[in-house]
Design a protein around this ligand. Structure first.
Ligand code: DGY
Length: 323
């Protein structure tokens, strides 16, 4: 088949070279060459005529975008497990299929969760800075004392696939695992973790609160001032989910007043902007939304989308089909 006979696809962000090569074999592929974050009007202009739209969590695929592209658009494939940036209900109503990338990124995201937790508890940012800036006076019995993990309670808010991988990695650290989830897990998935039916009850026992719940309008702002007030003294808050689950004013106030010990944040409400007050705080460990950022994971995410689209083309239901 020459390029003109292949289905037209538009790629909003640059994917890994292996994945892009596989896309090129299957599609008449146009790309956003410079990998910039495209606003909706540019997506509409660039992707006109495409049957497949490849996006990531940085693109907002709202009803107007879907409507403008609907004459040709058959599928939107997002390189993310989260899909809060896509109007799935409208897509479903229009018969546009949505594919995402669950499972293949759970290990990588759980690794980042551990990195944030360890760095927040053991003051990784301050320690690194002390060494790099040549300010280390030498070992001291009272230098950079942190919060140990052994015997503490880790509360996982959102015990889906990623939450369970975090629990599996946290158990060997001697953490007692608690969780809050929409519904209680079966015993073989729970593996001894203690279920709390309400978020308030879970927060009250959280020496470490790990936010791993999928972003959705229902839980926006869930970690607010009144919930932060329920945390035990010297708690640590980690967020690998979506920034808007936390009310920044409330978390920053708790960090400034040392009501909580520290936070580890990989996600922010208005990425790539972050509340500038976070940058001034020593007790926050910050990473730029790198939960799934490993070579093998990004390849696997891309392949999951390609294989899912192949399934659709051959009349099969892909495992990663949302709508
Ligand atoms: C996801 O997969 O949802 C990550 O947050 C990257 O967008």
């Amino acid at each position: 088949m020459n390029a003109q006979e292949l289905p037209r696809a538009y790629l909003c962000r640059r994917f890994t070279p292996t994945v892009e090569a596989a896309m090129q074999d299957r599609y008449d592929l146009r790309k956003n060459e410079d990998d910039s974050i495209l606003p909706p009007d540019r997506i509409i202009a660039n992707a006109r005529g495409a049957q497949v739209l490849f996006v990531s969590a940085t693109e907002t695929i709202s009803a107007p975008v879907l409507q403008a592209l609907s004459p040709t658009l058959k599928s939107v494939a997002t390189l993310s497990v989260g899909y809060d940036h896509i109007d799935v209900a409208v897509a479903r109503a229009m018969g546009i299929k949505i594919l995402h990338t669950p499972d293949v990124l759970s290990d990588a995201c759980a690794e980042i969760a551990m990195m944030l937790m360890l760095n927040a508890c053991r003051r990784g940012y301050e320690a690194d800075r002390m060494v790099r800036s040549n300010q280390w006076p030498g070992w001291s019995p009272t230098q950079l004392l942190g919060r140990g993990l052994t015997g503490r309670r880790l509360v996982i808010f959102g015990m889906g696939r990623i939450g369970r991988e975090i629990a599996a990695r946290a158990r060997p650290f001697g953490l007692e695992i608690h969780y809050h989830n929409r519904s209680r897990l079966a015993p073989e998935q729970e593996r001894g973790a203690i279920y709390h039916a309400t978020l308030d009850e879970a927060v009250k026992v959280a020496d470490i609160l790990m936010i791993a719940a999928p972003g959705s309008p229902g839980i926006k702002g869930a970690i607010n001032a009144s919930r932060i007030a329920l945390l035990p003294a010297n708690a640590v808050v980690v967020n690998i989910s979506r920034g808007d689950l936390i009310v920044d004013d409330a978390l920053i106030a708790a960090l400034v007043s040392n009501q909580i010990f520290a936070a580890g944040l990989d996600v922010f409400a208005n990425e790539p902007l972050i509340d500038p007050r976070y940058r001034t705080l020593d007790n926050v460990f910050l990473t730029p939304h790198i939960g799934s950022a490993t070579h093998e994971t990004r390849d696997a995410m891309g392949w999951l989308l390609i294989n899912g689209l192949d399934d659709l083309m051959h009349g099969r239901r892909p495992p990663n089909l949302l709508a």
